[in-house]
Design a protein around this ligand. Structure first.
Ligand SMILES: Cc1cc2nc3c(=O)[nH]c(=O)nc-3n(C[C@H](O)[C@H](O)[C@H](O)COP(=O)(O)O)c2cc1C
Length: 144
């Protein structure tokens, strides 16, 4: 099974979870590839995959422009390709934008033909570890 990760990470939080998640999937025999939408701008997006993982922080209560730019040129996937979505947020205000960003990301991923199997929103605070663990467990369930 082949699973590709697509993510944006400004300060390294999202990319650290992407690396951990890829390691977890590799440990159960899944072949993974990673695309950082900024650093790997010129890399071809593999569409012949069995699954996709899309990961982003919240920026300005919204999906970051870097992800929007990525989706503007991303080719479609095979209809029904299973996908998992991960959003992380970090403000200390009552409204963080995680739900809105998760909806935006889910819509963008569905528009490319993917079937979104799971959506996780994590607040990047001291309580994040069990939530990230739960995300990793769901990921292995979806892609095993
Ligand atoms: C430019 C910028 C805008 C941000 N806007 C929000 C926001 O609207 N809501 C929120 O909860 N966190 C916001 N954050 C915090 C990040 O979402 C949070 O720290 C996240 O964990 C960063 O992930 P990253 O290191 O992968 O970029 C913002 C951070 C930056 C740098």
């Amino acid at each position: 099974m082949k699973v590709s990760f697509v993510y944006y990470s400004n300060t390294g939080h999202t990319s650290s979870v992407a690396a951990e998640a890829a390691k977890r999937l590799e440990s159960i025999g899944v072949e993974t590839t990673q695309i950082d939408v900024v650093r790997d701008e010129d890399k071809e997006v593999p569409t012949d995959v069995d699954g996709m993982v899309f990961m982003t922080p919240v920026n300005a209560f919204s999906l970051p422009q870097q992800m929007t730019d990525f989706f503007a040129t991303c080719p479609s996937f095979k209809p029904g390709t299973p996908a998992v979505v991960f959003v992380n947020q970090g403000l200390w205000t009552p409204v963080l934008g995680g739900n809105r960003t998760a909806r935006q990301l889910t819509d963008a991923v569905q528009a490319l033909g993917c079937d979104v199997k799971d959506v996780t929103i994590v607040s990047w605070n001291k309580k994040r570890v069990p939530k990230i663990d739960a995300f990793l467990s769901r990921l292995t369930e979806v892609f095993s």
